[in-house]
Design a protein around this ligand. Structure first.
Ligand code: FES
Length: 192
């Protein structure tokens, strides 16, 4: 049974991979003070950031909330809006929270629709690109924020997004605008 409203921030452990996307999941965990009854909210953020709920991610969430993995897995499979399988070969999630919205996030989504013919929640017919939107990812100072594959990118524009995606689809793994920024914290320090 889920325990109610216990505070677990002191027990938090960072994901050992250093993958910056986990920082965004951590922010939601912190926002809800590691309460076990925030599981669905945390899974929503995890899926928005990663595109789907892979096993490693479910294990991480279970550990952070100190819940049995079977419980987390059960919740993730019960609700139809969670996906345990990858969608397209590449993923692009656009934050549509208020700060990002007023800084061209909607224009980025419109560009994706125009260039690739996909709306949020869809994958291109060739299975190459999935597009999604997210609520605030907790890095509003970097608005607009995108997650392309396993990279968290800030201060994007429709043009820079298109450049990055064309490169990814061509098999080039790079981001010209901020190649040295590896974590959300690094990115935020850059603009302070
Ligand atoms: S609104 Fe996009 S990160 Fe907060």
């Amino acid at each position: 049974m889920i325990k109610s409203k216990s505070k677990r921030a002191s027990a938090a452990i960072e994901h050992p991979s250093g993958d910056p996307r986990f920082k965004l999941v951590d922010r939601t965990l912190k926002r809800f003070q590691y309460q076990q009854d925030a599981l669905i909210e945390v899974l929503h953020t995890a899926q928005e950031v990663f595109g789907f709920l892979e096993d490693d991610l479910l294990i991480y969430v279970a550990r952070q909330l100190k819940l049995p993995l079977s419980w987390v897995y059960g919740v993730a499979t019960f609700y139809h809006f969670f996906s345990l399988k990858p969608q397209g070969e590449h993923t692009c999630t656009v934050c549509m929270g208020t700060a990002c919205y007023v800084k061209q996030a909607a224009e980025i989504v419109a560009m994706l629709q125009a260039e690739f013919g996909v709306e949020p929640g869809q994958t291109t017919p060739d299975g190459k690109l999935s597009v999604a939107t997210a609520r605030c990812l907790g890095s509003c100072g970097l608005a607009p924020v995108l997650v392309i594959d396993n990279d968290v990118l800030g201060r994007e524009t429709p043009v820079s997004t298109l450049e990055t995606l064309r490169a990814r689809l061509a098999g080039i793994n790079g981001h010209k605008k901020a190649p040295a920024l590896e974590t959300v914290e690094d990115m935020e320090e850059e603009i302070l």
